[in-house]
Write a protein that binds this ligand. Structure first.
Ligand code: PLP
Length: 453
């Protein structure tokens, strides 16, 4: 093993060698994590942090579980890797596929493994096009998506992503992608500037969907892809009837529905899948993150049997990743699902998420910069505004807030669009929930030039 570097050397070496996503080369600061346990992290300087983002929204069972480490060790000794191409498989991947099929909505009995969410969305988009192609419906090339969507960084999912910042400088993006309005009822300017009931918001969005399908031609559209609750968009929770009605429209036109559940699956919304929360059965569910709680990279697509039947015809589905069905990742996922089940973390996500929501309301609700507090289970957001009446988004200071909260209080939160978002481990305690919100309150109070607080 290498001699451990001192904290300052670690930071300097990091600056010299690592290209971090979304960090300018001129940035000096590094927070170099060296340990984790439960909801807490420790950095090289010995500082402690409360992880209110669950890493990147995935640490369902919390950090530092020895049980998982043991499973990975045992599996590596037994069989560290072999391919899942052609007729090859491994016992852990088989067990995991059967387990996922048993948890999924009825009819999604087939599994395609990846190593993460971006790979998953690439696979799903290609699957959708290929499914139509194999059925002789070769004109179906278009993909419907939404503004404010995040579907990862491949050219397929990245093109479906609905933020211009992810496209700038990477052109040309994939053609034949069309973006719709996101279901974000709080932003009434998206819906003609008037306050609307949830049903009216859905009516508006369904009408737009129907019109877009008419413009492009239903016979030219392969699939619509969407996050059930939009994460990077700011935890945007659609009206309850939105997904059932979208599903009904797509069905009428033979368009597949891909639910990107990279964030929402495996307990985060209090169910195994958000599809179950919204009462719909998509054609493909893309998952990753929480499938292993981040202990090792893995993704899994749950594929409708009717889709799989077509993909598996003749020579089969012609795309594979080296790490499809990696046995160590599959073993870790099985152990992770065991813990979620054994510790009742689905119910816990609803209970502790509700508690966290109430903490946010009671501790932050009176701040004039707090526009809307919204959540489902352990996906929560506080949308910040410059003016509560006009709902004008909070400018300038807002992107600095998570940074300030982290540095001053040791609580890690993240900003997305105009919101501070939380997605802690599902094992968070009530004390930790309170600590998180108290830290947010104290920084919001001190940082913002409201004068009114
Ligand atoms: N889809 C959604 C909804 C995501 O939030 C993310 C990542 O945050 C991805 C896809 C991409 O997953 P990955 O970063 O594992 O490639």
């Amino acid at each position: 093993m290498n001699t451990p570097l001192a904290p300052a050397q670690l930071a300097a070496t990091d600056r010299a060698h690592i290209i971090h996503p979304y960090l300018p080369g001129t940035a000096e600061e590094r927070v170099i994590m060296t340990g984790g346990s439960g909801c807490r992290l420790t950095d090289a300087e010995g500082r402690s942090y409360l992880d209110a983002t669950g890493g990147l929204w995935l640490a369902q069972i919390g950090h530092g579980r020895e049980e998982i480490a043991r499973v990975a060790y045992d599996q590596m000794k037994q069989l560290e890797y072999f391919t899942s191409f052609w007729e090859f498989s491994n016992d852990r991947a088989v067990e995991l596929a059967a387990r996922l099929a048993s948890l999924a909505p009825e009819g999604l009995g087939h599994v395609y493994f990846t190593s993460g969410g971006s790979e998953g969305n690439e696979a799903a988009i290609k699957m959708a096009r290929y499914y139509h192609h194999r059925r002789g419906d070769t004109g179906r090339t278009w993909i419907l998506a939404r503004h404010k969507a995040y579907h990862g960084i491949g050219y397929g999912g990245g093109s479906a992503t609905g933020f211009p910042v992810y496209h700038e400088g990477f052109a040309p993006m994939m053609p034949h992608v069309s973006h719709l309005t996101p279901p974000w009822p709080y932003r009434k300017e998206l819906f003609g500037g008037q306050e609307r009931t949830p049903e009216q918001v859905t009516n508006f969005l369904i009408q737009e969907l129907e019109e877009r399908i008419a413009e492009i031609g239903g016979e030219n559209i392969a699939a619509m892809i969407g996050e059930p609750i939009m994460g990077v968009g700011g935890m945007l929770v659609p009206p309850p009837d939105y997904w059932p009605r979208v599903r009904e429209v797509l069905d009428r036109h033979g368009i597949l529905l891909i639910l990107d559940e990279v964030v929402t699956a495996y307990g985060r919304v209090g169910q195994w899948f958000a599809a179950q929360y919204f009462g719909i059965t998509p054609d493909i569910i893309v998952t990753a993150k929480g499938i292993t709680s981040g202990y090792i990279p893995l993704g899994a697509l749950l594929v409708g049997d009717h889709v799989a039947e077509v993909l598996l015809r003749d020579h089969g589905f012609p795309m594979g990743y080296t790490y499809n069905g990696h046995p160590v990742a599959a073993a870790v996922a099985l152990a992770n699902l065991d813990i979620i089940e054994r510790e009742g973390l689905l119910a816990r996500a609803t209970a502790i998420g509700g508690h966290l929501h109430r903490e946010l309301e009671s501790q932050l609700g009176d701040l004039p910069i707090v526009g809307e507090i919204r959540s489902v289970g352990m996906m929560l957001a506080v949308e910040l505004v410059a003016d509560r009446k006009t709902r004008e988004p909070l400018p300038m200071l807002q992107p600095l807030l998570p940074d300030v909260i982290r540095r001053e209080s040791g609580v890690i939160v993240r900003d997305c669009a105009h919101s501070l978002v939380l997605s802690p481990p599902l094992i968070m305690t009530e004390t930790e929930a309170k600590e998180t919100v108290t830290a947010m309150r104290s920084v919001l109070e001190r940082t913002l030039p409201t004068g009114e607080i």
